[in-house]
Design a protein around this ligand. Structure first.
Ligand code: HEM
Length: 388
């Protein structure tokens, strides 16, 4: 599996930076500038910003830094998703809910789910590339990630249009958040609730049907209440659609731009991990401070918020280069660390592997691309690829 040489060598290394700039024209230069000011920097109006992977990991593993206090992600998401959806919980309740949800994400189960949902779409994508068609990988990926999340929340097979629609609704909600957001406005909450209520209704119907072959049916077997299952579906929908869908085109573009060879599953995993490091689809993680503490050498107190600039932590390791191993403090930091480590990691990886191995089994090249504006997660609006 190896790509054809890139069509645009002189500017190829700048494409990722351009995506970030298109998404966050003001915040991105500021965030990158902060990386130069030290491992931990206090920024008035923003919070205490962490640019160092070892410090970030220490914060993520320290229970004094929380996701449920004032200034934490709970302020953003509790009004929309309810109080008990992992990403706004801490302590024993968080652990108990995680334990119930973990069995839904075993590698064996998610690989089966992905293989089943993506079998036909991947066959179609493979055939289009084999015929030499120019394919917009962004659109193809939206449909596929939309289809996986539809299945996860309890819809059966859905037409492409429905998958696209669902994807766009999730994107609309996620894009309400900016790097500076502390809470959503009443209007934003109302819009987000309308979207999430629809997801919740679908999820609850699947939960009540109790079919153990579905994720929602399995939640019931794991002892989740209907409210917990609704909340979990909403959280998966918000966290697990755009992250995956935006990453795959960026991965393929990086592989093409760098002329990277991808020969076999181990190498593919290595390339995926390195592309994750460079892109960091979740560029920032947020915590509130429960009691006085040190972040690196900076003293913080309750009321402060800590912004982990995952992107800065990861980019400190240098440009895209799959041959260089990651130091231990960086390991999978783009999926978090500690008690909130991404629960959907096995599902994300199964989806990414499935699509990337199909696309990169061809000698693909990028024909044209356009960066997306007004989005939270930097991405291509279009990435047209073709195989030669
Ligand atoms: C490329 C894909 C993905 C990336 C980069 C990603 C990244 C992350 C990160 C960084 C966190 C930790 C946030 C923090 O500590 O503040 C997280 C948590 C989470 N992720 Fe993912 N994620 C991805 C895909 C998914 C998928 C596919 C799902 C599920 C369908 C998912 C569901 C969740 C949930 C529910 C949490 C909260 C876990 C908790 O608080 O205990 N994610 N993700």
């Amino acid at each position: 599996m190896s790509p054809a040489p890139s069509a645009a060598p002189p500017s190829r290394l700048d494409h990722e930076a351009r995506l970030y700039l298109a998404a966050h024209p003001l915040a991105y230069p500021l965030v990158r500038l902060l990386a130069r000011l030290g491992p931990v920097v206090r920024v008035p109006g923003l919070g205490v910003v962490v640019n160092d992977a070892a410090v970030a990991r220490a914060v993520l593993n320290d229970e004094r830094f929380r996701k449920d206090g004032p200034g934490s992600p709970a302020d953003l998401w509790t009004p929309v998703l309810g109080p008990s959806v992992l990403l706004n919980m801490e302590g024993p309740d968080h652990l108990a809910l995680r334990r119930k949800l973990m069995p839904l994400f075993t590698p064996a189960y998610v690989s089966g789910l992905v293989a089943d949902v993506l079998r036909e779409p991947l066959k179609a994508l493979d055939a289009r590339l084999a015929r030499g068609e120019t394919v917009d990988l962004v659109d193809a990926m939206r449909v596929m990630a939309g289809a996986v999340i539809c299945r996860t929340i309890g819809l059966g097979e859905v037409p492409e249009e429905r998958a696209r629609e669902l994807f766009a609704e999730g994107e609309r909600v996620v894009s309400m958040v900016s790097l500076r957001s502390r809470r959503l406005s009443d209007r934003q909450v109302a819009i987000a609730r309308r979207v999430l209520d629809r997801i919740g209704d679908i999820a609850q119907a699947a939960y009540e049907a109790g079919d153990e072959s579905t994720v929602m049916g399995r939640m019931r077997v794991q002892g989740l209440s209907a409210a917990e299952a609704r909340g979990a579906a909403g959280a998966f929908f918000l966290t697990g659609t755009e992250t995956v869908a935006t990453f795959v085109p960026r991965l393929v573009a990086l592989v093409c731009d760098h002329g990277t060879t991808v020969d076999g599953p181990d190498r593919l995993d290595r390339v995926i991990d390195e592309a994750m490091r460079v892109t960091t689809p979740t560029p920032v993680m947020l915590r509130s401070v429960a009691e006085p503490a040190l972040v690196g050498e900076v003293a913080v107190r309750p009321g402060d918020r800590v912004l982990i600039a995952t992107h800065n932590c990861a980019r400190a390791h240098g440009p895209f280069d799959p041959s260089r191993p990651h130091p231990p403090e960086l390991r999978h930091l783009w999926f978090g660390a500690g008690p909130h480590f991404c629960i959907g990691y096995p599902l994300a990886l199964a989806e990414i592997r499935a699509v990337a191995s199909t696309v990169l089994s061809h000698r693909v090249r990028v024909v044209r691309r356009r960066a997306a504006r007004g989005v939270l997660i930097p991405t291509y609006e279009h990435l047209w690829i073709t195989a030669s």
